[in-house]
Design a binder for this molecule. Structure first.
Ligand code: PHE
Length: 431
């Protein structure tokens, strides 16, 4: 459940719907589910096992299992990946806070699709406002880690996450009953395979890994905390099924609304934020419903940001422990928070047009970081962990279990690496 709390976040509720919308709907969803089961499941199990066998975090696990430093580079890939993700993730967490506040003050009452779009664009152009909300999200996350109240948050999220789940189910049921809502379901579940290209497959794989929190070493750390008798296979299956259900529910909420209220499936990253306020206005007690929804979205985002930031803090503590200037947890928390404030501010400045030099191939940093993590860093991290376990962990570690041998000798050694390399090279037009 802890791993599911980290995994279920903005990836499922914000990123999944808009990426599905940009990639044509049903066929993309099938790819997403196939990638999650065929590649995601073995990779999730593998990360849990690396953690469980080594009893270490992503930083120390590779050395503990092989006795050499040859795989340390992979920890650095994870670190870069997690920092790049947080550079835009906190920004979107800030959007959730802003929308919760706006919902509480009843701003959206009477707004149609055009007005809601204009409202988001105005917010997106306001660098100061976005910086403040992103900073609130960073400071909140850092405070939880600073005061070491993770346990309290975990207890709280054990109550709030099931409430989010129930809320999503009720919302999905409401959406499907909307006039025009079935067009959304049709879009979601009727595959049109002509929309599939290798770039689309890479996006589906990246999105699947992103939502499962796999390929970043995060689950290695969770595996390190697992009791010895915990069954890795059933834990992984449960986690993956939950993530897929929450992603699909988000799609079932957003797309009926898109078609019923005159939005376009390919609105982009603002999709969730422009469509839902249109729907809430016609629901029971609009203010209460929308504040609850955006509030729960903040909670889902925070359980993810806490686990992302924890990785960096633990990394800095461990990596500096053997140097002349070891940093303790509190110092590492401050360093991490400062790095994130700078990274998020750079993203914001490049989004709002205040720093034209901060673009990559004509894209602002927000879009570039988003694409860099999903399409490059996470697949590379996933490839690295598969190769590490398939080829370099001493065989004796997993002998004795038939599932284990199949997983390592067939799936992680060959299937996953070959698939990732082919999908990757094909999408950048090399093959
Ligand atoms: N899986 C999370 C989400 O879907 C994002 C995340 C990635 C969280 C990596 C933690 C670690 O929002």
């Amino acid at each position: 459940m802890a791993a599911a709390g980290s995994a279920i976040g903005l990836g499922s509720i914000w990123k999944f719907p808009y990426v599905v919308g940009q990639n044509g709907g049903g066929a993309f969803i099938i790819l997403y589910i196939v990638c999650s089961l065929v590649f995601g499941l073995p990779l999730v199990m593998n990360e849990f096992l690396i953690g469980k066998l080594s009893g270490r975090s992503a930083y120390g696990a590779f050395r503990a299992l092989t006795g050499t430093n040859r795989w340390q580079w992979l920890s650095w890939v994870f670190l870069v990946s997690v920092i790049v993700i947080m550079s835009f993730y906190f920004l979107v967490t800030g959007w959730c806070f802003y929308y919760m506040v706006e919902a509480a003050s009843n701003t959206f009452a009477g707004m149609d699709a055009a007005a809601l779009r204009a409202h988001f664009s105005a917010f997106e152009a306001n660098a100061l406002q976005m910086t403040i909300y992103a900073a609130i999200a960073i400071v909140l996350t850092a405070s939880v880690l600073w005061f070491d109240v993770n346990k309290g948050i975990e207890r709280l999220s054990k109550i709030l996450m099931p409430i989010l789940f129930l809320f999503l189910i009720l919302m999905a049921a409401h959406m499907i009953s909307l006039d025009g809502g079935t067009a959304g379901l049709h879009y979601l579940f009727m595959p049109d395979f002509s929309k599939i290209t290798s770039k689309v497959i890479l996006q589906a794989m990246g999105l699947s890994f992103f939502t499962l929190s796999v390929g970043m070493g995060i689950l290695i750390t969770y595996g390190g905390y697992m009791p010895k008798d915990q069954n890795v296979t059933s834990t992984s299956v449960q986690m993956i099924v939950l993530v897929i259900i929450v992603s699909l529910l988000s799609g079932m909420i957003i797309f009926p609304a898109v078609f019923a209220y005159g939005f376009s499936p390919s609105e982009g990253p603002e999709l969730t934020f422009v469509t839902l306020p249109a729907v809430f206005q016609h629901m029971f007690s609009p203010t209460l419903t929308s504040v609850t929804f955006f509030g729960l979205m903040c909670v889902a985002a925070l359980t993810s940001t806490i686990s992302l930031m924890e990785v960096v803090i633990a990394f800095i503590c461990e990596a500096t422990s053997t140097t002349k200037h070891p940093l303790n947890r509190h110092q590492s928390t401050i360093v991490t928070a400062l790095i994130l404030v700078v990274a998020n501010t750079l993203c914001i400045l490049s989004m709002t047009g205040h720093a034209d030099w901060l673009t990559v191939k004509g894209q602002n940093l927000f879009n570039s970081f988003n694409a860099l993590s999903t399409n490059i860093l996470i697949p590379v991290g996933a490839l690295g962990t598969a190769l590490f376990s398939g080829w370099f962990v001493p065989k004796a570690r997993y002998q004795g279990s038939r599932v284990g041998s199949f997983l390592y000798l067939v799936v992680l050694r060959w299937l996953v690496p070959i698939a990732i390399v082919i999908i990757f090279l094909d999408s950048i037009n090399i093959i």
